[in-house]
Design a protein around this ligand. Sequence first.
Ligand code: 5AD
Length: 448
Amino acid sequence: MPPSFAIYTLGCKANQYDSYSIARELTRSGWRQVDFDDRADAYIVDTCTVTCVADHKSRKIIRRAARRNSDAIVAVTGCAAEWAGPAIQEMTGAEMVVRNRFKDQLPAQLNQLYSQRLGQEMWQGCRDPLETTELPDSFWESLDGSALPDKVRFLLKVQDGCNKFCTYCIIPKVRGRSRSRPVKDIVTEAREIVTHGFREIVLTGIQLGDFGLDLEEGASAFLRLIEELAQVEALVRLRISSILPQDISPDLIALIAASPRICRHLHIPLQSGSDSVLEAMRRGYTSAEFLRLIDKIREAMPGLGLTTDIMVGFPGETEEDFQATLEVAQRARFARTHIFKYSRRPGTLAERLPAHVHEKVKEERSRRMFELSGRLSETFACEILGQPVEVLVETTNAATGFASGYTDTYVRVVIVDGADLQPGGTIEVIPTDWRGDHLVATSCETNG
Ligand code: 5AD
């Protein structure tokens, strides 16, 4: 019986790709992936430290793993492990802590530790590590559902690290400066993914706008990457994840607008609508610049789905500043908003600023922002009601008879008579209802 492992991923899309890579390596060397709730020989927790909430959750999951099987190896990696490895080890009793820079060596280290436990040579030792082994089909079948819903949408990491230093953010400290993968490697991986049935690729990184800065080609590599990926055969959609406003060039806008496969969806983190807060955060744009940019994007891409991150309660944020954020959000007509309450991160500049906002005030602002964002989501979704939209089906459920997928503008659509649809296929439907976080449609209402 091959040894089993389970992996839990916290935080960003980049982590989901990292976890996927670890799972792929372990499967290649003979391990079998099981559910995190099952009994496993090894549990891997890929942690996040972007806020204190993420820190807390990371530790909770590590403890949960240890409880599930006290004989299992618990291996911890990711940003919380990078920042506070020894403390985590002490608090949770995790046996292995692997720093971010050695994350790709986690599978080899786990193999070694597991072999020592068994008192054997590297248990997979008959395999030359340089020999490329085909992944067993079971790997593609066992892919973690949360990271890769039904093997339709793939989060492809193209870049890691960040060269921007927003004053609140710990990430450059735990992930280091920006590193880009070579365009050729990324395109090769994209082709492989598509042969396994994936139909959508989400370009993922910690700071996508830094892509190429460390490559010979420079910043223009990003456009070339997108152009090449958009041509991968059998790929239906290419989605670009979070990108800063100052990194969205007219050429990028023109490229997205001209390519039918590139989704009309951008995630542009606003953080705040107050210029003094934006400056204190060192975001590098003003609210007017932000709004001007999205006007330009909308002109080129009617129907654009614009999503964002907003942080409430940054040190010094007044009620007036917060009002400015509500106003800019309203004018920007965000389709979806991730709301973060400012969290002190040790060693950041913002931590030492005066006038930290009281937790109660942060909560209240977060709630008001949440109410507005719900209304904005509804407004955006209702623009689609009664109109034909193309849905890329991701999941079907025989029990409910429902299928579910997304529009290219990133609105979830539930198709109530969709049990027979194929995940990975597209269908045109006319949504008739908005249910708070998704549209509802029936497949027979297609006009095809
Ligand atoms: N406190 C709260 N939210 C934060 N983020 C980054 N650092 C912090 C922090 N110290 C949020 C930002 C970013 C998202 C990924 O995480 O909104 O866009």
